[in-house]
Design a protein around this ligand. Structure first.
Ligand code: P6P
Length: 335
C-alpha cells in the first residue's frame, strides 16, 4: 500500500530530493491539479448544475462546444494567469495562445491543454478528462505566438491527465516515471495511489473505433484482422476489444492493464492528418506512455519526434503495449 503522500509532498520531494523540477514547475502542476478538482466538481453537478448540453458556440476545430468545454477552459485559464509561472497557454478550445495579462508577472513555462477530452460523453455520464502538457518558452520568442509552442514532444517537461470517473484520478510524469493520485474529496487533495506505473509489453486487449474499418489503411486492417481471427489465426490467441471514445479513459485502462489504443489515419480523415491533436492530446499521452515503458507511434514514426508545424495539427495515434505498437509499425514498414 502506498504511504499516504499527497501530490504536494510528492512534488516537493521531486524538487528537493530528486531535483527533477523547480519551484515554478511544482507550483504550475499544483495549480493545474487544483483547477482539475474544480472541473471535477463542476462536472459532478451534471443536470443539477445546468452545465450539460451545448454551449451554442464552436471551437477552432469547428466542433460544437459543450457548456463544460467552455467552463473547463475558463477554469484552467483563470487558475493559471496570476501565478507568475507561465509565459502563455494554449488550448484545444482557443485558436490562438492565451497571453498572461500584463498585471501579472510572466514565467518561463508554456501550458497546453485539452480542458475536457471526450466531452461528447458528458451528456451520457461516461468518463471524461483533462490532458495537459508543459514546455519551456524558447528565449527571444513571443510567447503568445503559436511558434513558441511548436516544439517536439521530447521537449516536454511534464505531462498529465485526469479521469473524471467513479473516482477522479490524476496521472502525472515529470520525466521520472509515472505516478497516479486519487482525489480525496473529503480533504480536497490528490493522494498518491500508484507509483512506478508500468504498461505490460504483452496484451490481449485493443481499442479502436471499428466503425471506420472500411476506411483504414492496409497495415491497420491487417493488424486488426489478425486480432479478430484470435487463436485460429496468426496471433494464436484471442483478443478483447474496448472503445470508450474518451481518450483519457481508454489510455488509463491501458496504463493500468496494458493494451493498444489506435486512432490511425483513415480515408475519411486523410486530408486532416488524423483525428487526435498532436500538441495537447498525442504528445502528453505519448510522454506518459513511454515513461511507463510503452510506445507511441503514428505507424510511420515516433510521435514524440514529430516537429510540429501548426498548433492544432492532428496526427495518427497508435500507443500502448510496446510489442503491439511495434508490430503495427512493422506492418506499416512492410507495406
Ligand atoms: P470517435 C473525443 O472526442 C476524442 O477526441 C478522443 O477522446 C476519443 O478517443 C476520440 O475523439 C473518439 O473519436 O470518432 O470514436 O468519436
Amino acid at each position: 500500500m502506498t504511504r499516504h503522500i499527497t501530490l504536494s509532498r510528492y512534488l516537493i520531494e521531486e524538487q528537493r530530493i530528486r531535483e527533477r523540477i523547480n519551484a515554478d514547475l511544482r507550483l504550475l502542476i499544483e495549480i493545474v491539479s487544483r483547477a482539475c478538482i474544480a472541473i471535477s466538481v463542476a462536472i459532478s453537478k451534471g443536470g443539477l448544475g445546468g452545465v450539460l448540453g451545448e454551449a451554442g458556440s464552436e471551437n477552432i476545430q469547428g466542433e460544437a462546444q459543450k457548456k463544460l468545454d467552455v467552463i473547463s477552459n475558463e477554469i484552467l485559464l483563470e487558475a493559471n494567469e496570476w501565478g507568475g509561472h507561465l509565459a502563455a497557454m494554449a488550448s484545444e478550445e482557443m485558436e490562438l495562445p492565451h497571453a498572461i495579462p500584463n498585471r501579472y508577472p510572466q514565467g518561463e513555462y508554456l501550458l497546453l491543454f485539452d480542458p475536457l477530452d471526450g466531452s461528447s460523453n458528458i451528456d451520457v455520464n461516461i468518463s471524461v478528462g483533462t490532458i495537459f502538457s508543459v514546455l519551456r518558452c524558447p528565449e527571444g520568442v513571443d510567447p503568445t505566438s503559436p511558434e513558441a509552442f511548436l516544439q517536439p514532444g521530447t521537449r516536454q517537461l511534464a505531462a498529465g491527465y485526469t479521469v473524471y470517473g467513479p473516482t477522479t484520478l490524476l496521472v502525472l510524469t515529470v520525466g521520472d516515471g509515472v505516478v497516479a493520485f486519487t482525489l480525496d474529496r473529503e480533504h480536497g487533495t490528490f493522494v498518491l495511489t500508484q507509483e512506478n506505473i508500468r504498461i505490460p509489453e504483452e496484451t490481449q486487449e485493443f481499442a479502436i473505433n471499428m466503425s471506420n474499418i472500411r476506411h483504414w489503411e492496409p497495415p491497420v486492417r491487417r493488424y486488426v484482422d489478425e486480432l479478430l481471427a484470435g487463436k485460429t489465426g496468426a496471433r494464436g490467441k484471442d483478443f478483447n476489444m474496448r472503445w470508450v471514445a474518451s481518450m483519457v479513459a481508454d489510455v488509463h485502462r491501458i496504463m493500468t492493464r496494458g493494451g493498444i489504443f489506435m486512432y490511425p489515419l483513415d480515408a475519411k480523415i486523410m486530408g486532416r492528418g488524423g483525428k487526435l491533436r498532436l500538441m495537447y492530446e498525442a504528445n502528453p499521452m505519448s510522454f506518459i506512455v513511454e515513461q511507463a515503458g510503452g510506445a507511441a507511434s503514428t505507424g510511420r514514426g515516433r510521435i514524440l519526434d514529430i516537429a510540429p508545424v501548426e498548433l492544432h495539427q492532428r496526427v495518427p495515434v497508435i500507443l500502448g503495449s510496446k510489442n503491439e505498437v511495434e508490430r503495427v509499425a512493422s506492418y506499416h514498414r512492410q507495406a
